[in-house]
Design a binder for this molecule. Sequence first.
Ligand SMILES: Cc1cc2nc3c(=O)[nH]c(=O)nc-3n(C[C@H](O)[C@H](O)[C@H](O)COP(=O)(O)O)c2cc1C
Length: 272
Amino acid sequence: MKKLIYCFSGTGNSFRAAQIIADTLKDTAIVNVRKDPSGYSAEDADVIGFVCPVYEWDVPGRMREFISQLSVNPNAYIFMVATYIAVLGKAFETVEGILSSKGAHLSYARTVRCVASQCIAYPPFPPEKLMLPLMEKNMRKTAREISEMKHRKYPHMSAVTRKLYPKMMVPFLNIEHEYDKGFYTDSRCTGCSTCARVCPAKNITIIDRRPEWNHNCCGCNACVVYCPAKAIQFKIPQAYLELGNPISKGLKLPAKRKRYHNPHIKARDLMD
Ligand SMILES: Cc1cc2nc3c(=O)[nH]c(=O)nc-3n(C[C@H](O)[C@H](O)[C@H](O)COP(=O)(O)O)c2cc1C
């Protein structure tokens, strides 16, 4: 039986979920969506999983792109697990839409509430101490259900979220690629290239032993939180401040920010 999990993860929560599911299913490969989908086809797979965070009330752009280019077996048991904080939006609908264009469908879908990963903009919340045991418990429960090949319908975007989406999210999505204009390195950067190797969008090039961001960013923060020297800093990019909508007006970075990544996931887990 061929079992594959395709995973996007910036701060490790989704990768941790993928890892627990793979261990429970046994003999299951995890494919990082950094890879080229043509080399990791699911055409002959019996069990296919998609695990990723919710970004901007949807799935990250790289996840969407990857699934669109992937060949899948329409008769496989297909599951999706979305890690998030509070607002799911249309994440499952997006993936179901792509799959249905290939004649395939989600058999099982579940969300797992996690610690917020935009920790460069605000402190991690809810507190890790409180959340980590709950996350582990929910990930294990999800993994058990998947190993029993249970079926579970996916939740749709709520009517309120659907109404707010164009005003609240679309302006951010239009400038998301510029998120990386906020990143810069300080003197602690050793040019080790960890940032480039964990970036799920392959958006970083090392030039003269320093990272350069190529403005194809998805805002995952992997580069910041997995930098072994804590040398990558962040300021709010000008384009975000100039948006002039209620969210951008409230953007302010607290003086103290903690670099959260899931404690079970190391940088090497996210590299290819
Ligand atoms: C750019 C970005 C956008 C996010 N958007 C949402 C969102 O719309 N709804 C939500 O509930 N959580 C959102 N989150 C929180 C993440 O979904 C959550 O922390 C997730 O577990 C991160 O997964 P990872 O650790 O695998 O990267 C967002 C995080 C980032 C970095």
